[in-house]
Design a protein around this ligand. Structure first.
Ligand SMILES: [Zn+2]
Length: 374
């Protein structure tokens, strides 16, 4: 992870890079930010910057051996303390190294996650409370007492230090009186849950929540979303990238199937079914209806591209791909374009408070008419 991979946060990145370059990085940092902010990504990018052997003014190189090892969470001098669940009945409590393989795998696929997401991966029983056990302290103390294997410094990243309780006093003591060249990077969400001994011994770095504009830009880039859809999801996500991502995924899962059903109902002149779909959307509210329709626009746009562009690669799961292929062979381009325009227009009508149920039914009739004429 480089600074360049972390969305936004330009000022913070510059500030952190400058303190590293001047040799003034505090030995214990507390990156504090809401769920779905870039705090953990920033911690990783900072760690890469500290160790990079080909450091540029504002970012790590991303290619040297240190960067690669930190990117895969396998650098021998970078350690992790993370909340864990005790899955066995034995008296021996787990320590982070026991779960390092799962942690590496999980971080490969996820950038913005919360404790529950992580617990769902490691716990046999998801209701189990995670914890940072006292045994962790012993393991960390022994790791930090060794000389660095590579480079000059050792780093301990503590994710969610909210789970450090007073039984971890020995670890907190070492933050106060750290061994030479040791960095502690704490990544936390809720300052009320932190022991005051943590907040008093670390330098606070507040990681701001993303703005709606930043969320929109991120969704557009990562998921190739259209402006309207990205805008609406960003509005609902409230700057929480974790929420934004789960919205995209759930909207695509739930609404794509419903959209396909709706299109088939219009095509086969099953107006009762089309009416029923419109009614259920109307009940789910205006925002959800808009999301449904904007998701539908994306499907039509892909159908059009499938029709026009040679060897076009459809980005969708199997069922959706089949539908798009069928849709684009059954209908001509003018028909798809016209339907696209009509759906687009309805999104704005619904935004302007029109009667959703009637508007949607009227739209079904228009689409039916398009499909008949192909
Ligand atoms: Zn590098």
């Amino acid at each position: 992870m480089q600074f360049g991979d972390v969305p936004g946060l330009a000022k913070l990145k510059t500030k952190l890079a400058t303190s590293v370059n001047k040799g003034k990085l505090p030995h214990a940092l507390l990156l504090l930010g809401n769920e779905g902010s870039g705090k953990l990504a920033l911690a990783y990018a900072l760690t890469s910057y500290i160790y990079c052997t080909n450091r540029q003014n504002d970012d790590s190189c991303g290619e040297c051996s240190s960067c690669r090892k930190i990117g895969s969470h396998t650098h021998p001098d970078v350690h992790y303390t993370i909340p864990l669940t005790n899955n066995s009945t034995s008296a021996k409590k787990p320590i982070s190294t026991d779960f390092i393989t799962q942690w590496r795998e999980f971080n490969k696929d996820h950038t913005f996650f919360n404790t529950a997401d992580w617990v769902s991966v490691i716990a046999k029983d998801e209701n189990k409370q995670p914890n940072i056990y006292r045994e962790e302290t012993r393991s960390i103390l022994s790791k930090l007492s060794l000389k660095p294997y590579e480079g000059e410094a050792k780093t301990l990243i503590i994710w969610m230090p909210e789970y450090l309780k007073t039984e971890s006093n020995a670890l907190l003591k070492i933050i106060e009186e750290p061994p030479q060249k040791t960095y502690f990077i704490l990544v936390a969400e809720d300052s009320d849950e932190l022991l005051t001994t943590i907040t008093s011994r670390t330098q606070l770095v507040k990681v701001p929540t993303y703005t709606e504009e930043e969320t929109e830009a991120y969704l557009k880039e990562k998921y190739n979303l259209e402006s309207t859809k990205a805008e609406q999801l960003s509005y609902l996500a409230e700057g929480n990238f974790r929420k934004a991502i789960s919205l995209v995924e759930s909207v695509e899962d739930n609404y794509s199937a419903l959209f396909r059903e709706w299109m088939v109902a219009c095509y086969t002149n099953n107006l009762a079914k089309a009416y029923e779909i419109g009614e259920s959307l109307h009940k789910s509210g205006r925002t959800q209806t808009q999301l449904f329709l904007t998701n539908g626009l994306a499907i039509l746009r892909q159908s059009l591209l499938q029709k026009m562009v040679d060897n076009y690669q459809i980005k969708a799961e199997k069922e959706q791909q089949d539908f798009i292929k069928k849709f684009s062979t059954t209908l001509n381009a003018a028909c798809i374009e016209k339907s696209y325009e009509q759906i687009n227009e309805v999104i704005y009508q619904i935004k302007r408070n029109s009667n959703g149920k009637m508007t949607l039914f009227h739209l079904s009739l228009n689409l039916r008419y398009n499909f008949v004429r192909k």
